[in-house]
Design a binder for this molecule. Structure first.
Ligand SMILES: [Zn+2]
Length: 281
């Protein structure tokens, strides 16, 4: 089979990083990756804007506010392109919706915009935001936010992409598999993890790219060690990214990865070496 086509749909420019190592592995394998951000993220972590907006209305400088927003949106777009480039991803798209709050009610065209992208890209895999609001599955915010709304929009778009419309120029399409990044779930809810140990440095580099969000090299290093290291530790490797499946696949039979089989008769010492990335038998 020719390479897989993967479509990542995100609320903000930073969100794709939660599975960027996995995307990097697929790009290196010859697969095609498209990254979409529903918003430019202009109102997220925008310190200068917060300072100006904290002033009484008559003391605010509207020209400065407009300039801050233009600069910040440009900076975010540059950061996203730079971070994607670290993983060899060149098809990067930012849709023109405003964040905080991005909702389907405010942006009724968003579902159709995503449907268009799905019909064009024809992804084998869609990775999108968790659509679960509360409880064991999903964000603990207990309220709708940009992420869950993006999850709703993309799942609705995927559903509608499989239904024909008279005005369609492209044939309908049904996405075979949809996943959500594991960062939005509890560890025992994960369906699988991808070993991204070889992409750890790239993940740190990508995290440090988001200067607009106050990320320093030290912050990036620490965050990746703790989060990717946690997923890795509990899945038997140094660094990993977790995923949750939208629904179970139909499989031809039970398939186990070679990496798992090779651990069947591994010694305790070898396992420890694998966890810390050192040589040894
Ligand atoms: Zn986000």
């Amino acid at each position: 089979m020719a390479g897989l086509r993967i479509l990542g749909i995100n609320a903000h420019p930073h969100d794709f990083t939660h599975y960027a190592g996995t995307l990097g592995i697929h790009v290196a394998d010859g697969d095609t990756v498209t990254v979409v951000s529903m918003t430019g993220g202009a109102s997220t972590h925008n310190q200068k804007l917060s300072e100006e907006m904290a002033k009484p209305r008559q003391n605010r400088d509207q020209k400065l506010i407009d300039q801050i927003n233009r600069d910040y949106t440009k900076q975010k777009a540059d950061e996203l392109a730079t971070a994607c480039n670290i993983f060899g991803i060149t098809d990067v798209r930012i849709l023109p919706y405003a964040d905080k709050l991005f909702t389907l009610e405010k942006n009724p065209g968003a579902v159709d915009a995503l449907r268009e992208i799905i019909l064009e890209v024809r992804p084998h895999i869609m990775i999108t935001q968790s659509p679960y609001l509360t409880g064991r599955r999903g964000h603990k915010l207990g309220a709708r936010d940009d992420h869950s709304e993006t999850g709703f929009a993309s799942i609705e778009a995927a559903f509608l992409a499989a239904i024909p419309r008279y005005e369609d120029s492209l044939p309908i399409y049904k996405i075979p598999a949809t996943f959500f990044p594991g960062v939005y779930f509890e560890r025992d809810e994960w369906d699988f993890v991808v070993d991204i140990t070889d992409y750890f440095e790239q993940r740190v580099q990508a995290e440090a790219t988001y200067i607009s969000q106050g990320h320093t090299p030290e912050f990036a290093q620490k965050r990746m060690e703790v989060t990717l290291g946690n997923a890795g530790w509990f899945s038997g490797t140094q660094y990993a990214e977790a995923f949750v499946q939208e629904k179970p696949f139909r499989m031809p039979k039970i398939i186990l990865p070679d990496s798992l089989l090779s651990e069947a008769e591994e010694t305790e010492a070898a396992r420890h070496h694998r966890l810390v990335g050192s040589e040894g038998k």
